[in-house]
Design a protein around this ligand. Structure first.
Ligand SMILES: Nc1ncnc2c1ncn2[C@@H]1O[C@H](COP(=O)(O)OP(=O)(O)OP(=O)(O)O)[C@@H](O)[C@H]1O
Length: 342
């Protein structure tokens, strides 16, 4: 199902948690809402779910205006990080709960309910855990139950709010890949809220970057990396270092920093360059010092370099013999340059 949000504004007191948000999600697409804490991600998800009202704007799901449509009639499955399972109910009953709360007319009978729960347990690959209680499950298994409960109503839209936040790093990676596979297989339109850019970039077809209640860029992961629309996006995506420079005749110069010039298609004047660690090569030289070194195998290494009072992440040039404490200089191998505003 498609989602079309237009001009959505939501105020809390004087502050706008959402400030005129436009967002269109295509059929079967997985869109991530990515942004710093307080940028409005959860509020936008709650407005779409119908759990939060809006002060202005329109929301259409599958072409239907959602004004006045209550949450439970929207046919949306929701998984929140802290949307705890019912501890006193077995796994099967937790999943069936999603069907129990359906309006009477569409609620399946007992036999159908049992059949559906078994099918969902198989779908989320925990067929043997039906009779367990949530306390007897691992974090990853609990998340699968939460997902099965959300899918039980055969939602036309799935909303996931930091669904992997409670999992440790390794389990988190496995579960998110598995969820992405399942989402693709079911072709269910999904919106995922996360502040973890690795998660957003790996899972999403398109990512909406939010800043202070607005979507500042909505693009594919690679377009966000290669063509960030604003300095905020350039700095936020890819952990880029922010270096002051001066552009003259299409070349950004970093003096007095020990950083070689970089071509930049922006007007002459003061500017800021955004360089990701993989784009900044350290070579033997002068002006900077290697402070830390983390070997990556195959002769490659991540470096932490101190240059002109800045601490920068860089990588060692192939075959480099740089060691901790060595003097070096830096060569940009790419990067994005924005004229300094004002
Ligand atoms: N019920 C509420 N009452 C008052 N202010 C609220 C309420 N809900 C959210 N806000 C405010 O709206 C802004 C956006 O909050 P929201 O939770 O949507 O951000 P977020 O991007 O999801 O942040 P996080 O990543 O920390 O969850 C914040 O400034 C928050 O304090």
């Amino acid at each position: 199902m498609t989602v079309e949000a237009s001009g959505i504004t939501r105020r809390f007191g004087d502050a706008a948690a959402l400030d005129g948000v436009d967002l269109t999600v295509r059929e079967g697409e997985l869109v991530a809402l990515l942004g710093p804490s307080g940028s409005g991600k959860t509020t936008l998800l709650r407005v779409i779910a119908g759990l939060e009202g809006m002060d202005a704007g329109t929301l259409r799901i599958a072409g239907q205006d959602m004004a006045g449509v209550p949450a439970r009639e929207r046919g949306i499955g929701v998984v929140f990080q802290h949307y705890a399972l019912f501890r006193h109910m077995k796994v099967a009953d937790n999943i069936a709960f999603g069907l129990d709360v359906r309006p009477r007319a569409t609620r399946p009978d007992r036999a159908e309910m049992t059949r559906r729960v078994a099918a969902l347990l198989a779908l989320v690959q925990i067929p043997d855990l039906a009779r367990r209680y949530p306390d007897q499950l691992s974090g990853g298994q609990r998340q699968r139950v939460a997902l099965a409960r959300a899918l039980a109503i055969e939602p036309r839209l799935l909303l996931l709010d930091e669904p992997f936040g409670a999992l440790d790093a390794l389990v988190r990676r496995d579960v998110r890949r598995w969820v992405r596979g399942l989402q693709e297989r079911l072709a269910i339109t999904t919106i995922l809220v996360t502040h973890d850019q690795e998660e957003a970039m790996e899972m999403a077809d398109r990512v909406a970057v939010m800043e202070r209640g607005r979507i500042v860029q909505f693009d594919t992961p690679s377009a966000l990396l290669d063509q960030p629309a604003t300095p905020f996006v350039a700095g936020f995506i890819g952990d880029a270092a922010r270096l002051p420079c001066r552009v003259e005749g299409g070349i950004a110069r970093f003096d007095p920093l020990p950083v070689a010039p970089l071509p930049a298609a922006v007007p002459d004047g003061p500017a800021t360059a955004f360089l990701r660690p993989s784009e900044l090569l350290a070579e033997p030289g002068s002006g900077a010092t290697v402070r830390l070194l983390r070997p990556q195998g195959g002769g490659d290494a991540h470096l932490v370099v101190e240059a002109g009072g800045l601490v920068l992440d860089a990588r060692a040039a192939p075959g480099s013999t740089l060691a901790r404490g060595d003097a070096c200089h830096l060569v940009p191998r790419g990067g994005r340059v924005f004229p300094t505003a004002g």
